[in-house]
Every structure is written in C-alpha cells, then in structure tokens.
Design a protein around this ligand. Structure first.
Ligand SMILES: [Zn+2]
Length: 109
C-alpha cells in the first residue's frame, strides 16, 4: 500500500512539474538562442601564409572546419599541420571555434 501511495504521489508531482519543466525548457531555449555557445569566441582569424607571409583575415565558421587554405598571393594550397585540427590552428592567429569552445568549457569547470 505504501508503495502504491508513493507511486500516486510521484505521478502528482510529475504532473505538477510539467508546466514548470515546459517553462524552464522554454526559457532555457530562448537563452540558448540569445546566447549561442560560440558567443564570446573569436570569429576573426588572421591566417598567415608560411610561404609568402601574406596575412589574410578570415571569418571562421563554427559549422564547417576548414581543411584547406588557398593563399591569394602565392597561390599555395595549405593543409593543416599533422596533429592540427584545421588550418586556423596551424596558420591562424587564434584557434578554431570548437577548440576555443572546448577550452572555455574546460576553464569553467
Ligand atoms: Zn602565400
């Protein structure tokens, strides 16, 4: 009997918290939309060509990682250095957004 009562209690609590969950979920979603995870990350990256040392400012995208870079000056195709994530890590002034995000998350705790 005791377990049955606690079962009903659980159901009631669950039903009671449904609007709360929806509310929290909605506010969380809107916060996420307002503050995307890439907010505060460096988006502009200065890529310096190792061949002709021509610097180009590129806007990094968080969706796709750049695996190749074509230097406009000396027309060299650059690939990431071995062990590097993408060309921004190899030749850029800042790390790519996913790595920046990872570092930020690690720093937070
Ligand atoms: Zn170059």
């Amino acid at each position: 009997m005791r377990s049955r009562r606690s079962f009903f209690k659980t159901i009631l609590v669950a039903l009671g918290s449904v609007p709360l969950i929806t509310h929290v979920g909605r506010s969380f979603a809107s916060t996420r939309r307002k503050n995307p995870p890439w907010l505060g990350l460096q988006r502009a990256c200065i890529i310096t060509c190792p061949v002709c040392s021509n610097a180009v400012v590129e806007r990094m995208s968080h969706e796709s990682l750049k695996g190749v870079f074509h230097c406009q000056k000396c027309l060299t195709w650059l690939a990431p250095k071995p062990g590097d994530h993408c060309i921004y890590d190899s030749y850029g002034s800042v790390r790519c957004p996913p790595l920046q995000f990872k570092a930020k998350a690690r720093g937070r705790g």
